[in-house]
Write a protein of this length. Structure first.
Length: 402
């Protein structure tokens, strides 16, 4: 009996933190982060669903990472409005057209007449409030143009889709501002075949929904191995590209070893619009060559290039180049090299109204993440707080923690 009593007492003393957050708890986290979110419980349920659908652990860390990014990117709006978007877009159209003297201006004028002057593509661009407005305008323009030159059948097959996507300026969309290219690559990988134009359009449409934007956003943010010591660097990657923080640290090392000044932007090679590596030698590759020669590391240019081609993968850390550079840095600096650093990227866009860098972005998301984690720990570790959360539902209005 005594042993049974001890076992029973131990069971009741088990930490509550092992329990997963539910929609009510996530709703409370959301409203603590961003007051006034409508249908916060729906957002909470979809965040949990997106993490589960990606077969990732539904734990405090992953939930709070998603809450922090959504809050930073859109304030929990599926298709957020962008102030002044129409003017920004029209200015960009005119800028691109101006590259072609005389004919460029004529082309813009032509956009103001088709398909009709009353509902022209140029007018739709001017009146755009969200990225989806511009996306739909571009899609309709492509279909209109394809019919005019009898390419609509070819368009539907998907054979023109890479070209169509290349010229679509709406590259990040939805509540998590997911990379459309990433989402399309995800679908291509799952199908193991080129996807059709209608399938590509369906992916874009899905990104504008709450559940779809979260699904692809969770995959882009969390569904890859990093080795990072803290989430901060994962947030930097979300803004700058996978492994940008790790590669920026590698750039810091080769700059130190070679004596060359190079950008720490996380890109060791340069890439075409279709993301295939170019043949030119970047400053980072030049610095790596110089470091290898200076310290007699025994890697020729072909072997170096073969290793650098792994820069967008986790296994870059297993390459000979990566490891001999780190060892040379350790010997030269008498200190271990950092595994990851903030990429030195200044963000510029018509949508950005103030000074913004990848570091600033990552730090802002990290602060939101820390705030969320603090409340999540309190909820999961305190049975009374969990019960209070579930009883109240925390859907509206704004909640401030006790």
């Amino acid at each position: 009996m005594r042993l049974a009593a001890i076992a029973l007492a131990a069971a009741f003393a088990a930490p509550v933190a092992a329990q997963q957050l539910g929609p009510d708890e996530v709703s409370r986290l959301i409203l603590n982060e961003q007051g006034g979110v409508r249908d916060a419980r729906g957002w909470g349920a979809d965040i949990l669903g997106a993490i589960s659908d990606n077969r990732l652990p539904v734990n405090n860390e992953n939930v709070c990472a998603v809450v922090a990014v959504v809050s930073q990117e859109s304030g929990f709006k599926e298709n957020p409005a962008v102030p002044g978007l129409g003017k920004i877009a029209e200015a960009e159209v005119r800028k691109r057209a101006s590259v072609v003297p005389f004919l460029g201006a004529k082309a813009v004028d032509y956009l103001g007449t088709i398909p009709t002057p009353q509902n022209s593509f140029l007018k739709r661009i001017r009146n755009a409030k969200t990225e989806r407005d511009l996306d739909l305008t571009y899609r309709d323009f492509v279909e209109y143009g394809a019919k005019g030159v009898a390419l609509d059948g070819l368009l539907k097959t998907g054979l023109l889709d890479k070209t169509v996507e290349e010229y679509n300026q709406i590259g990040t969309v939805g509540s998590m501002q997911v990379s459309v290219a990433f989402a399309l690559d995800t679908e291509r990988g799952e199908h193991w075949r080129p996807i059709s134009h209608s399938e590509a359009v369906a992916v874009r449409d899905k990104l504008y929904t709450r559940r779809g934007g979260l699904f692809y956003g969770v995959k882009q943010l969390l569904d890859y191995q990093t080795g990072y010591p803290q989430k901060l660097f994962r947030f930097a990657d979300y803004n700058a590209g996978r492994y940008a923080a790790r590669n920026a640290a590698f750039q810091m090392q080769i700059a130190r070893l070679s004596g060359m000044k190079i950008d720490h932007d996380g890109d060791l090679l340069s890439y075409n619009k279709n993301k295939s590596p170019k043949g030119d030698v970047t400053k980072s590759e030049q610095a790596a060559r110089a470091a290898i020669g200076r310290y007699h590391l025994g890697i020729d240019d072909n072997a170096l290039r073969a290793d650098l081609l792994h820069e967008k993968k986790f296994d870059f850390t297993q390459t000979r180049t990566y490891n001999v550079i780190r060892e040379a840095y350790r010997n030269a600096a008498h200190a271990d090299a950092a595994f990851a650093v903030m990429p030195g990227i200044e963000l510029k866009s018509g949508k950005i109204k103030s000074h913004m860098t990848t570091a600033i972005y990552a730090q802002r998301v990290e602060r939101r993440y820390g705030k969320c984690m603090k409340l999540a720990a309190a909820i999961t570790q305190n049975p009374a707080m969990r019960a209070q959360t579930q009883a109240k539902g925390w859907t509206w209005p704004k909640f401030w923690p006790d």
